[in-house]
Design a protein around this ligand. Structure first.
Ligand SMILES: [Ca+2]
Ligand SMILES: [Ca+2]
Length: 158
């Protein structure tokens, strides 16, 4: 949509064309740029006048309007009870349809059943879950019963 407004500069009559949006809800994630061909006509657009055209590229800047979404709703991993500290337990992934910082992901383990047993690291679409280095003890079942094993060194301790 072109809205022409009359402007006088140094006595010369020019008609700046103002390109305005015509829809209220453009979505960069659906279409990130528009090519608009504009035409100007002299003689007020009357028959017999001359015209010129130009092309305008309009790029949409990003707004953070999409939350991160995990690529699966549930994940399941298994790890040996003898796994060493820092051992990789599994990898998870998430996506964000936005751009730049609006899509930069940080992962955190929330309060839950796992306590501080695990650690998660990753800043982009993939994060790695590892056994937490600061975890002091973990519970291990053995045939004779059960014992606590120190997580910061190998071996068993009653
Ligand atoms: Ca966006
Ligand atoms: Ca986002």
């Amino acid at each position: 949509m072109i809205d022409l407004e009359l402007l006088y500069v140094f006595g010369v009559c020019v008609f700046p064309g103002i390109l305005r949006t015509a829809v209220p809800d453009m979505d960069r994630e659906t279409q990130d740029q528009y090519l608009v061909v504009l035409q100007a006509k002299d003689m007020g657009g009357h028959l017999g006048g001359l015209s010129g055209t130009t092309t305008v590229t309009v790029r949409l800047s990003d707004v953070n309007d999409n939350p991160p979404r995990f690529t699966q709703s549930m994940w399941s991993f298994s790890v040996s009870e003898l796994a060493v500290l820092g051992a990789e337990v599994g990898r998870i992934s998430a996506t964000d349809a936005d751009l730049g910082d609006n899509a930069k992901l940080e992962y955190t383990i929330l309060e839950g059943e796992t306590g501080d047993t695990f650690n998660i690291s990753g800043t982009n679409q993939e994060a790695v879950i590892t056994l937490n280095k600061v975890r002091g003890k973990r519970y291990v079942g053995v045939s004779e019963g059960a014992c606590w094993v120190s997580a910061d060194r190998e071996g068993w301790r009653e």
